[in-house]
Write a protein that binds this ligand. Sequence first.
Ligand code: HEC
Length: 259
Amino acid sequence: MFRGLMHKGLVLVFSIVISSACLFAEDEKAFEKRAELAAKLLVSCRAIIAQNQDLFNDPAKGDKGFTGDIYVSKVQKHFKDATGVDVSVNDATSTDPIKKILGILLVSSKTVIDENQNVLNMKGRGFKKLIPAIIGRRTGYKYNKALGAGYNLKQTSLQFRNPANHPDSYEKEVLKEFETNGYPIGKGKGEIVTNNDGSKTYRYMLPLYVTSACLKCHGGPKGERDISHKIKEGYKEGEIRGAISLKFPYLSEDLKNSK
Ligand code: HEC
């Protein structure tokens, strides 16, 4: 009788442990999907800004026709081609947490472009500093403000140009891990971390690599000034330039609506 009860008790304890571990794993998967898509949406934003640098910096042209709406349509296409996922500014009010995050990110970036129309459409001015890193940083500020405490989106690097992009100790470690030989190219890293106060945060980082397009500013000769008057770091193609880094508060009830 006693042994039977013991057995039942053990089975119960065992199944609770297993099911909570599964729940945890499921949560982690939902977080990873959300974080990876958000990071990739910022990659799409950065790519569209990079593709349009010649247009932005053409001193002979006044109105560039590059409104927030045009920008959004280009980002939507790039993101759909890269991930198969549709995103819209209307998703910002969705009850699906993944859609909501992506929608808020898209609206944030659109607002940055809308707010910079005067600079963008200036005639007679060449370089306008509307580069991927700066649009990305300002997009992050708006996204962080819209989502509030616990959420964070930034671009960071071990060799940061702007102190606002400096890595925290966690980001430093992951950036070093990205740089180790054999780390799979393009693979993001996500995990649940426990903070000093016992609260939990889901953290995700996606590596950014140096391509030929980055070299005129981040390449050699090291120490020379680039078009933005910043010091070139002397990176070579293929090296890790930095990462997109995201934080989400770990609220499992918030994941209930996730698909
Ligand atoms: C026109 C010059 C220019 C080009 C081209 C350029 N960058 Fe940058 N990059 C900058 C400037 C300026 C900053 C500082 C931005 C800021 O104020 O946040 C920066 C910042 C960054 C950051 C944030 C960390 C830091 O250093 O503050 C990353 C990551 C980054 N660039 C990656 C890239 C990658 C990857 C490419 C190529 C795909 C690229 N950049 C192309 C000028 C450039």
